[in-house]
Design a protein around this ligand. Sequence first.
Ligand SMILES: NC(=O)c1ccc[n+]([C@@H]2O[C@H](COP(=O)([O-])OP(=O)(O)OC[C@H]3O[C@@H](n4cnc5c(N)ncnc54)[C@H](OP(=O)(O)O)[C@@H]3O)[C@@H](O)[C@H]2O)c1
Length: 428
Amino acid sequence: MSTDDRQYDLVVWGATGFAGRLTAEYLTERYGPSTLSLALGGRDPDRLDSVAADLAARSEWDDLPTVVGDATEPESLGDIARSTRVVCTTVGPYTRYGTPLVEACVEAGTDYCDLTGEVNWMRETIDRYHDEAVEAGARIVHGCGFDSVPADIGTLLVQSHALDAFDAPCESVRIYVDDASGGVSGGTLSSMAEVFEAASTDPLARETLRNPYSLAPAGERDGVDAGAGPWPQKDRLRGVWTAPSPMAQVNERVVRRSNALLGYPWGREFRCSEVVTTGRGAEGAVTAALLTGGLGLFTAAMTVAPLRSAIRRHVFPDPGEGPSRDRIENGHFTVRVVGRGTAREGSFTVEAEFGTDLDPGYGAAARMLGESAVCLVRGDVDSSLDGGVLTPASGIGMPLVERLRDAGFTAAVSDTETPPGDAGADHG
Ligand SMILES: NC(=O)c1ccc[n+]([C@@H]2O[C@H](COP(=O)([O-])OP(=O)(O)OC[C@H]3O[C@@H](n4cnc5c(N)ncnc54)[C@H](OP(=O)(O)O)[C@@H]3O)[C@@H](O)[C@H]2O)c1
């Protein structure tokens, strides 16, 4: 279905929210009205006008159009989806508000990207809309923020390099969150709580969280890879201690889905795992134990319904609240992806470093989502999949790396060969 005659290139849906406003701000600073036909979307016309006026005053935009709808009124979402070539959405929790917009985009053949890390909801949209989205030629790309761009695109970077340099993929990759400093918003915490809520009531959500291959296509939901595991580990390859990553549950599954959607270029026995690096020696071991214990306690508390609602009410910030501008601008993150493979000449290691000097979940996520959307608008995608419920690596691919480099991200890749006879250390 051609979308060339649409009124807008891109609607930022949720522009009055914390992450949506940052995304709209980034796009209006980076792109002018002569290169991008942009509209801001939301449910409250007055607040939307005020965001539009504020962003126009800080940029070269004289006027920013707005579109009004409500996630609970599907007809309004149909109108929005038919008015634009791409929608990028930050209206979450997606489990609660996301499905009607995906449906509207699939029906209108409109490309779509979001910031979701709600793995239960991704499974729902895969099962309900993947085939229809393929048919309609609508790219529905989940996980275009801190979950899961660094892990998924970092893995693509490593594997593309391995295939170019060694004519073989890495059999395993480990994703290390080496460093991350930033804050968290009410919307993100509320979305996290929604996953625990779903797991307590919905058997499919529980199965999705249990099965490492739950986001793979139907009929391909098993395999050899169990992921990182919920305990501290001494990483043999790098000699550092690691703790479980709170994002592993989503990122590992997204990377496995990428491999499957791309037709298994990394092999059916490909393994991936994500961990948080805590350092070397006794200090690294103690930090890993403390982080593991903290994550375990938080998970246990969020599993108990009365504790979960007390934490939501009394501890989490309200929706719309988030880290200060100072914190966003002074945040940073580095994610390192290390792959191990075997070529005819011997074994090899490929390493990618991906990061930037901005808070990962907000300043950086706004750029990752904004640039994903611009890739879709421009058709700047390196993928044979022109429809379906996709991942950043399978739905957009390497052009996103180039755009993020231009936007100030580091995305570097290098390799080392292990001398013949030396099998080399594995991750651990
Ligand atoms: N993966 C990542 O890196 C990452 C980073 C940041 C955020 N996120 C995710 O992004 C989502 C948003 O986070 P946030 O902090 O921006 O949350 P937020 O500030 O609460 O924003 C939520 C947005 O949803 C809108 N909304 C709520 N109900 C609606 C409805 N019925 N119809 C239309 N719009 C509705 C809100 O509109 P009003 O302004 O009118 O209330 C607001 O614009 C969350 O799911 C979060 O987990 C992910």
